[in-house]
Design a protein. Structure first.
Length: 437
């Protein structure tokens, strides 16, 4: 066999064998693959049927299943993600947004900063009115209700958000801006961590956020709980342990939480980033120090505080309900919301701007039902809430073409006007929300 033909023969068989490599990997897992980050739903192979085949659905599902279940699938996805990010600064994951100068954001924090998720003044005013009733009722029991509004990555590093995502920005019509206005006007106990963090942004020694993460780093978390603790001490007129940074180490190697946004890019390695400080803490104490019992209802940013271990040193007891996922503090005891509230000295409800669209996570509604007098003021607020919910839902129906079309078709089948069907659907949604609470 001539050398030229021999080379062609070898190349041909290498090519044929390479076609079987993904199949071998899928079957025997010869090479260990790093799993993709985030949530991925893979298509399973469909059962054959004549109807699905004739409609073309079977072929489409089968093709997707082959693609999703091929060997080295995770590797091929990472290749695509790496090329997208390295060459074009774009993300295959819709919720992750690469910004300027290597900063990486989550989309919900950008939406919050520009006002895309604004829930409306009326809805916030109703929550504030309920919160004031709860605050006064708890104060009679020597329990302080505190609201803390914290900065997310989007508001703190807004200069690095892509310009095209800031075109329709309205800083006055954001959940953060109106919550601060409404809560302050009502006389609620408010800690504006976002304003505080931004006020020292140009003079602070160390970064509060990672370049490639979405949550606070150690330094940001310690500043947050230190500020909260000082506010509690002043509000309750007591002395508490003071937090002191005794030492720190600047590290390029990050803890997992400090690169959570970048991990969702599913590239082969982390993008370049600046080092972060990791702290060593000590506490100054006095004989008069008080350690309050605190319940925190918050989004995931409070977990950054939790891992600093400050809570165990400064508070006698504490619980953290992520998004108000309630749990009993007493083992083998059925959950009792009134008991969980009244065993505390402080109830802290904290939200970063990216999660304010769901703030205060249903807790105020539940506490309001426990402590509000069922009088004329209660009935009036219930009616106001119902009207606002119905009007907002009707507006959403009219703005959602698919939802609107579906209800119009339903109205025709029932022989009623579309307005009646729209209202009935909005009322049904309201009843479902009340059941959740």
């Amino acid at each position: 066999m001539k050398n030229g033909n021999k080379i062609k023969y070898i190349v041909f068989w290498i090519f044929i064998l390479s076609l079987f490599i993904p199949m071998i990997q899928k079957k025997f897992k010869v090479v260990h693959e790093r799993l993709l980050e985030g949530y991925f739903q893979t298509e399973s192979f469909p059962d054959f049927s004549d109807s699905l085949f004739k409609e073309g659905v079977f072929q489409q599902k089968f093709e997707t299943a082959v693609s999703d279940n091929i060997g080295f699938y995770d590797f091929f996805v990472r290749c695509q993600c790496q090329l997208n990010y390295s060459l074009f600064n774009i993300s295959k994951v819709q919720s992750v947004v690469p910004g300027k100068n290597g900063y990486i954001f989550m989309r919900n924090y950008i939406d919050a900063f520009v006002g895309n998720d604004f829930k409306g003044e009326a809805a916030i005013d109703i929550e504030t009115e309920k919160a004031l009733v709860v605050q006064r009722a708890l104060k009679e029991k020597n329990i302080d209700l505190i609201f803390a509004f914290a900065p997310g990555k989007g508001s703190y590093f807004s200069e690095y958000i892509p310009d095209d995502l800031k075109r329709n920005m309205n800083v006055e019509k954001t959940n953060y801006a109106y919550y601060i206005k409404s809560c302050t006007k009502a006389g609620l106990n408010v800690i504006d961590l976002r304003k505080y963090f931004l006020s020292m942004k140009d003079t602070i020694k160390y970064p509060l956020f990672s370049q490639i993460g979405v949550h606070w780093g150690d330094y940001g978390a310690v500043l947050a709980i230190d500020t909260i603790s000082k506010y509690i001490a002043q509000l309750r007129n007591v002395n508490m342990k003071r937090i002191v940074i005794s030492d720190f180490e600047m590290r390029d190697t990050m803890k997992r939480g400090d690169y959570d946004a970048a991990s969702l890019l599913n590239t082969f390695s982390l993008p370049p980033h600046f080092p972060l400080p990791y702290l060593k803490l000590k506490y100054t104490t006095s004989s008069s120090d008080i350690k309050p019992n605190m319940l925190a209802i918050s989004d995931s940013y409070f977990a950054c505080i939790q891992v600093t271990n400050v809570l165990d040193s400064v508070y006698s007891d504490w619980s953290y309900w992520l998004y108000n996922r309630q749990k009993s503090s007493v083992k083998d005891k059925p959950f009792d919301l009134r008991y969980e509230i009244e065993k505390r000295d402080v109830i802290l409800i904290m939200g970063t701007d990216g999660a304010l669209y769901r703030f205060p996570h249903g807790f105020i509604d539940q506490a309001y039902e426990l402590y509000a007098k069922k009088d004329a003021a209660y009935n009036s607020l219930q009616l106001k809430e119902f009207r606002n919910y119905i009007l907002t839902t009707l507006e959403n129906i009219n703005n959602n073409k698919k939802w609107r079309k579906s209800l119009i078709e339903s109205a025709k089948k029932k022989g009623v006007s579309k307005e009646v069907e729209f209202f009935n659907n909005a009322k049904w949604c309201y009843d479902q929300e009340k059941l959740k609470k």
